[in-house]
Design a protein around this ligand. Structure first.
Ligand code: ADP
Length: 476
């Protein structure tokens, strides 16, 4: 997998930095670049307002020199009001003798003419102040009738913000920018750490898990997502640990089970070679033991294969319709030898002929495994009962009962597990420890219910329920 060098911390930092820089750029642009343009625009529009304010006030004779001074001071502008004959009626210079409407007689004449030429009697223009080289706005407005003016208002104001003002604003922006930068980087650092911490913690535990330490616990507290991740990993760790234990058990059991018959085979083969080779009776006996042990080995290997196939679901079922009742009788026929030679007694009862749709071979295997267990574990009376009872229209239950020592209640849930073996129950007949696991897998695949009832000292009944239909009485 391609390794990513992008860490969460760096990514958060980078995005935060981009965010802050964007804010700063926007701020500098607003204050630095567009401050002047905005100032000009505002100043121009305010000069119009002031002019019309003076105009209205003048016509009503509302102004005193003081109130006009205040107006000029508040708006940072020079005001000159002339009568029809160009005599100064009022004058205020807020620009320390550098006002363009003071001492520019000829020019004023020109502006008056321009205003008279305009239908609205207003003229304004931008002029550079020759002394300070700043842009200024010069505004003229005719008082009274345009053709017969009663006077003129001249206004002049700087269009550029004062250097001191811009300086203060700039230094403030600089401070705000620096603080914003520090704050942003600080916040992004802590944010990155906050997000990173549970992930780093989980990664540490995951490394331990990868090294085989199944006790490692995942702690994702802090966020819902990391908590969920931690829970999932804890669950996975638990499952892996179970599977690992099972694997160890299986290897231990299988190797133990394989070793015993192999040792026997080797021992008896050596015996034949060294001792009994020339004694036909002994040799026969020893060869028989070798054959029996080889059979056990073959049975064990087959069971392991069967179970692993069943568990990996590779064994698909071959469904067909058959009579489970007849199948039971047929199988019991094969136990005749066992009854005749070893005195086992089998009692088979069935109420009706019941037909099911299932995998014949697999169901046969279930019956064999359960009957073999019953034979192996039944009591000294060597009796085994096989009963088929029709429970309802579509269900029949098969009970296989022995008269053995029974199974302790706390062991009942375990016996269907792989390799579970209660050694003390054993007779001389040795099983593989896989029989019931195979039964469980097959019945589960068929969706058939199964279970066991057992009473200590009385015996056990293994049962399973098959789905199908009654097809007739047994005597048919
Ligand atoms: P095994 O080859 O050991 O019989 P099984 O999977 O068939 O393996 O059975 C698992 C264990 O369940 C047995 O070892 C035994 O302890 C117990 N068990 C199974 N059938 C019976 C029974 N009919 N009576 C008593 N115990 C039984």
């Amino acid at each position: 997998m391609k390794k990513s060098f992008k860490t969460i911390r760096h990514t958060v930092w980078i995005y935060f930095a981009i965010f802050i820089v964007s804010i700063l750029v926007l701020m500098w642009f607003t204050f630095g670049v567009s401050l002047e343009a905005n100032y000009k625009r505002l100043k121009t529009s305010s000069i119009f307002d002031i002019a019309s304010y003076i105009l209205v006030g003048w016509s009503k004779d509302e102004f005193t020199d003081d109130s006009l001074d205040q107006l000029a001071y508040d708006n940072d502008m020079c005001v000159l009001i002339q009568d029809a004959y160009s005599n100064t009626v009022y004058s205020c210079d807020m620009m320390a003798n550098n006002c363009l409407v003071h001492g520019h007689g000829t020019e004023l004449y020109k502006y008056r003419a321009e205003a008279a030429a305009n239908p609205n009697g207003i003229y304004y223009t931008e002029i550079k102040n020759p002394r300070f080289h700043n842009d200024t706005l010069l505004f003229v407005m005719i008082l009274g009738d345009r053709s017969k003016p009663s006077g003129y208002i001249f206004l002049n104001t700087s269009l550029e913000p004062l250097n001191s003002t811009t300086g203060i604003i700039n230094s403030q922006i600089l401070w705000v920018s620096i603080m914003l930068l520090i704050l942003g980087l600080g916040i992004s650092y802590f944010l990155a750490r906050l997000i990173e911490t549970p992930i780093v913690r989980i990664t540490k535990s995951a490394k331990k898990l990868a090294q085989g330490d199944y006790s490692s616990h995942f702690d994702g507290h802090g966020y819902a997502e990391t908590e969920q991740l931690a829970d999932t990993l804890n669950y996975a760790a638990e499952e892996i640990s179970k599977v690992d234990n099972l694997r160890k058990d299986i290897i231990a059991n299988v190797s133990h089970d394989l070793r015993t018959p192999l040792t026997m085979v080797k021992a008896y083969a050596e015996m034949i070679r060294d001792l009994s080779g020339d004694n036909p009776v002994k040799r026969q006996e020893h060869v028989n033991i070798i054959i029996e042990e080889s059979d056990r080995l073959a049975a064990l290997v087959n069971d392991i294969l069967d179970l692993s196939k069943l568990e990996s679901n590779n064994a698909s079922l071959n469904f067909s319709e058959f009579s489970i009742t007849k199948k039971i009788y047929e199988i019991m026929g094969r136990y005749t030898l066992l009854s005749e030679q070893q005195g086992y007694k089998f009692f088979v009862t069935a109420d009706k002929d019941f037909e099911i749709n299932a995998d014949v071979i697999k169901i046969e295997q279930v019956l064999y495994n359960l009957i073999n267990n019953a034979v192996n574990y039944t009591g000294d009376n060597k009796t085994v009962y096989i009963t088929q009872i029709v429970v309802d229209d579509e269900t029949a239950r098969i009970d296989i009962t022995d008269t053995g020592k029974g199974i302790e209640p706390e062991l009942l849930p375990l016996i269907f597990d792989r390799y579970y073996r209660a050694e003390k129950n054993k007779r001389e007949v040795i099983g593989t420890g896989l029989g019931l696991s195979i039964v469980k897998q097959i019945l589960k695949q068929h969706n058939f219910k199964f279970g066991v009832r057992s009473e200590l000292g009385i015996g056990s009944t293994f049962w399973f329920e098959v789905k199908g239909k009654v097809v007739g009485d047994l005597n048919d």
